[in-house]
Ligand binder design. Structure first.
Ligand code: M6R
Length: 611
């Protein structure tokens, strides 16, 4: 989704802005722009271009053509109005005095635009953002903060804003509501950014803006204000990510790097949480009353994080016998969810900024639920708004297609299920110990899977030309199929669907014909025989079957399937965590062979901050 970066200091702003934007490219965008204060002209200079950031950068010779020490930059992911130069940000007011970059959506922009048009204000773009720029100018009477304050009282929706005013070249104004924006504290310079990766080269000292807050940045410092424009103090946090963690480090793609990083990410996530034969969640204490009366669990998330929830439901229900409902963030609010103070709501998000998930969290909180989130990005909105947070510690994930965040979320949720079962006394001592031991084997076994990646590459070379691929499986394998299918379609653009294998015969089997590729998942021993029946069914209708199973079942599967991928045998709780790796690799190699832009798939954004 849109990316914002802003700089004020003593150095040339444009190269810093372009570099910052290049680090936000992974979020997804279709055009880019910058606005700087040109001291010689005494006015704002705005440059925008549709397409890759490189187009803009080439036009500006990497920023060398602009002479200024203050500016804002933006990568746009189109919502209102098609991708075009004119719809790109920054959007400027009629006189060119105000420039605005925006991430989010102004919901009441139509009525505000009508009001401004009636006052004779001409509009040039189709964006909701232009309304903000025009409205600031409309209210501006020499005090930019006061004008912004008046605008904020009128606009509705979600917004992170970076604002320049030609009359105040020594200031940059920032605003945040429901869209992420952080403040970066440098030495003689300060920053705003959509996330830390954009400014990590310049500073590790950041402040997280809260909803409704404003900030005025100068070279010397940052003053924050609440929604009533009263000064407030902001806590400064030091980010401990290494810069290398957000770089490709010799790999061709971030996605591949992140796939390969999974064993290490799992060690970081799990080792501190398994100590002396116990699952330990430091700082996690569910209220005793909740534990006593817990009668329902909701898991709320979007995309791959939702798929983690689907696996989690099986684990949690089996281990705790408490009913679990998994809901999509975008649906939760509208399904009249049954949440009360005896409900645990587990919110899962890599970015911690997904707006649908965030809105679901707020609804669950309003209804009285206890919110426990599983999040990767430290200090993100979802983490901060939850009653309790468990960080996955997977490190920065840049590729749009999530991999290491998925496996660490899944491992963490599985461990949480075991911990909860222990707290509720619904798991035997023997099962508890055996399962915990399996967690410790997980990273090593994953390394084994990764070391056999050439096999998967070979299968990808056999099947990359297919136009439609089905993933089938039962129970845990169905949940695994959902993720395998999403991974494949999002980066290779092959149509793909995941089905509960037993459901095929109720309709979808009519789509199976000679040569249709079916990826049949049968890692879950309890349902192995039934999964084999489904393989026979699709084979009988002409499907090519690529199977995924455990090493101990390999031979049996090889009698029926055309090709077999395997994972080492492991405790059933961890099968999906291990089983997803060959599916990630399969998606990666297929996309590679089809020449797709793997880290930046079309139309997608890394963090989806609009509804
Ligand atoms: O940051 P989140 O985990 O909240 O993101 C949720 C989805 O947008 C995300 O998982 C998406 O489906 C990924 N592109 C999948 O690879």
């Amino acid at each position: 989704m849109c990316g914002i970066v802003g700089y004020i200091g003593a150095e040339q702003a444009a190269p810093i802005l372009l570099d910052g934007l290049s680090r936000l490219e992974y979020r997804g965008y279709d055009s880019a722009g910058v606005a700087v204060f040109d001291a010689q002209a005494g006015a704002l200079a705005v440059h925008k271009a549709k397409g890759r950031l490189q187009v803009l950068s080439d036009q500006l010779h990497g920023g060398a053509t602009l002479n200024s020490t203050v500016g804002v930059g933006h990568t746009r992911w189109a919502t209102h109005g098609a991708p075009s130069d004119v719809n790109s940000h920054p959007q400027v007011s009629r006189s060119g005095k105000i420039a605005v970059v925006h991430n989010g959506i102004i919901e009441n922009y139509t009525e505000l635009k009508a009001f401004l048009v009636a006052q004779g204000v001409p509009f040039t773009s189709e964006t909701d953002t232009e309304v903000v720029a025009q409205l600031i100018e409309y209210f501006y009477e020499g005090d930019i903060l006061a004008a912004v304050g008046r605008v904020l009282r009128r606009i509705q929706g979600a917004y992170a804003l970076g604002i320049l005013c030609a009359d105040c070249p020594g200031q940059l104004v920032a605003v945040r509501k429901d869209s992420p924006l952080i403040l970066g504290y440098g030495q003689g310079c300060n920053f705003i950014a959509s996330d830390v990766t954009a400014i990590l080269r310049h500073t590790r000292r950041v402040g997280y803006m809260e909803d409704g807050e404003l900030a005025v940045l100068t070279r010397e410092g940052i003053q924050c204000y609440n929604h009533l424009i009263q000064p407030i103090e902001k806590e400064i946090t030091t980010v401990d990510w290494e810069i290398d963690a957000a770089e490709k480090g010799g790999y061709e793609h971030f996605m591949f790097k992140e796939i390969m990083e999974q064993p290490e990410a799992l060690r970081r996530c799990l080792s501190p949480r398994i100590r002396d034969g116990e699952a330990v969640f430091e700082g996690l204490s569910l209220p005793p009353d909740l534990l006593k009366h817990l009668h329902r669990i909701y898991i709320v998330a979007c995309g791959s994080s939702y798929h983690v929830g689907v696996v989690g439901k099986y684990h949690l229900e089996r281990l705790t016998r408490i009913p679990v409902e998994v809901a999509l963030g975008s649906e939760f609010r509208y399904m009249d969810p049954i949440v009360d103070e005896n409900t645990l709501v587990i919110v899962i998000s890599q970015s911690g900024e997904t707006l649908d998930t965030m809105a679901a969290l707020r609804e669950a909180r309003r209804l009285g639920g206890h919110i426990l989130s599983i999040v990767n990005v430290v200090g993100s909105s979802i983490a901060r708004e939850s009653d309790q947070v468990l960080y996955t510690w997977a490190g920065p994930e840049i590729a749009v297609a999530t991999t290491k965040a998925y496996t660490t979320q899944l491992a963490l949720l599985s461990l949480l299920a075991l911990w909860l079962a222990r707290e509720l006394d619904t798991v035997s001592d023997e099962e508890y110990r055996a399962t915990l031991a399996a967690f410790q084997e997980l990273p090593g076994k994953m390394e084994e899977v990764l070391s056999r990646r050439d096999d998967i590459q070979y299968f990808a070379s056999q099947y990359f030309n297919h136009n439609s691929i089905f993933f089938i499986g039962r129970n845990l394998d169905f949940a695994l199929g959902l993720e395998g299918s999403l991974k494949l379609k999002e980066i290779s653009y092959i149509h793909s669907e995941a089905y509960a294998a037993g459901e095929l015969k109720h309709g979808t089997i009519s789509l199976i014909e000679d040569g249709t590729l079916v990826v049949a998942l049968s890692t879950y021993g309890r349902l192995f025989a039934k999964a084999m029946n489904n393989v026979v069914e699709v084979k009988a209708r002409g499907a090519d079957v690529l199977s995924l199973t455990t090493q101990s079942c390999r031979e049996e599967v090889a009698h029926t399937a055309d090709a077999v991928m395997t994972i080492p045998d492991i405790h059933q709780l961890l099968l999906p965590c291990l089983g997803v790796v060959p599916l990630q690799l399969f998606a990666y190699y297929v996309a590679l062979m089809r020449g797709c832009d793997i880290d930046r798939p079309r139309n997608l954004a890394k963090s989806v901050t609009v509804e």
